[in-house]
Write a new protein. Sequence first.
Length: 200
Amino acid sequence: MREKRKGMLLVISGPSGVGKGTVSKCLDDEKDIIFSVSCTTRAPRPGEVDGREYHFVSEETFCRMVEEDGFLEHAFVHGNYYGTPRKPVMDALEAGQSVRLEIDPQGALQVMEKMPECVSVFILPPSFAELRRRLEGRNTEKPEDVERRLNNARGEVALKDRYQYLIVNDDLETACAALRSVVSAERHRSSRYYPAVEEE
Ligand code: 5GP
């Protein structure tokens, strides 16, 4: 059977510390879904490679890209700027490929507004106590930063109904299985899947 598919724009978001990066990584082996490499003004962490995890840019470059309307969305997240370069996303979608964005909730709401046909997924913590435990366990934030992120998380979770799909990241395997099912179902949506049934 000849099959044609339209690419999907998959937006995965959730509060800081919920493990959205870990959950969304389960889609790394889906070769037809490209990961959108964001720009950020934060410094690379050990092991991060420019152009793989992020494009690490100066504030000056970032501001220029904002002025040139080079971002599909951008936001100031925990003291640094982050943005999704527009062109690679649009080019991939036009070529029929799917794209995965892994971005904070401010950016996710912008994309949902600009690209209403996107597939939006929000990753939830099983509880705020567990989210606190995960944030504290990372040992990367000062106590006041943990409190700020938890407060932000409450506001972000309050907007969960704006997303099409909700996945609770309690057990990682279960959360990944749910994400894979969402992707699978969305691939079969008649608005982006055109199998041609051949004549006898
Ligand atoms: P980190 O610096 O820990 O990699 O990411 C910090 C936060 O920024 C995470 O919530 C991550 O999802 C988010 N983020 C990464 N790239 C983008 C982006 O392009 N746009 C927005 N709005 N958030 C992003």
